[in-house]
Design a binder for this molecule. Structure first.
Ligand code: PGA
Length: 248
């Protein structure tokens, strides 16, 4: 299924810090079994230790996998970090960059997020760059200014780089709260992101929406012109729910 400008729909799961080998095995088996039934491209971003498990369960299926973070550095004395080349060795397609939990809990700056996206591209991964305003930003009327500020160093990487990325708009107040942005609220921001992409010459970049997406609210979000899919947290841990979103 495609949107107005023929951008393919993409539904990505973000497992966050959930899972264990046994639970993952069951979830991966269900995803693999059902992948032919989904109407769009689907992928999952799993914790680093489970990349090998995802690779072995999903190789040969149409479900892709990736990581939830990537180092901005190629190699070196960066204890605890994981490079894009390492992710590539485990067959990753995706690397999230700048999820709000990384920005808020780990102090990732807009510039650091852009550097991560650039490192992911250099390793042959597709970075999924996340942006989104806090509730205070929204209530102060600063939503679009915040998104613009977060995107600035990413867009500064240029049209060639940006056209190889995926963006995700995830209002912080909608993440894990059960409070989704209305389709109109989401479209307003997606429309602004699209305008910035178009000005750069990268209008075809997929822009996902994230924040309490479920099967029950996904179709009204997907009906919006500039929403090209979803980045799904909690609901991606339940195969049936996740696959229902992908089947819309
Ligand atoms: P949620 O998380 O779907 O659980 O709100 C989305 C995300 O943080 O990517």
């Amino acid at each position: 299924m495609t949107s107005v400008e023929n951008r393919a729909r993409l539904v990505l799961g973000n497992w966050k810090m959930h899972g264990n080998l046994a639970e993952n095995a069951a979830l991966l088996t269900e995803l693999r079994a059902a992948d032919a039934a989904s109407h769009c491209e689907i992928g999952i971003c799993v914790p680093f230790p489970y990349l090998a498990q995802a690779a072995s369960a999903l190789t040969g299926s149409s479900v892709s996998w990736g990581a939830q973070d990537v180092s901005a550095h190629e190699k070196g004395a960066y204890t605890g970090e994981v490079s894009g080349a390492m992710l590539k060795e485990f067959g990753c397609r995706w690397a999230l960059a700048g999820h709000s939990e990384r920005r808020v809990l780990h102090g990732e700056t807009d510039e650091a997020v852009a550097a991560k996206a650039q490192a992911a591209l250099a390793a042959g991964l597709t970075p999924v760059v996340c942006v989104g305003e806090s509730l205070a930003d929204r209530e102060a009327g600063n939503t679009l200014a915040v998104i613009e500020r977060q995107l600035k160093p990413v867009l500064a990487l240029g049209a060639d780089a940006v056209s190889r990325m995926v963006l995700a708009y995830e209002p912080v107040w909608a993440i894990g709260t059960g409070r989704t942005a209305s389709p109109e609220q989401a479209q307003e921001v997606h429309g602004a992101i699209r305008a910035a992409l178009r000005a750069l010459g990268a209008a075809q970049v997929q822009v996902l929406y994230g924040g309490s997406v479920k099967a029950a609210n996904a179709s009204s979000l997907f009906a919006m012109t500039d929403i090209d899919g979803a980045l799904v947290g909690g609901a991606s841990l339940v195969a049936d729910e996740f696959l229902r979103i992908a089947a819309i």
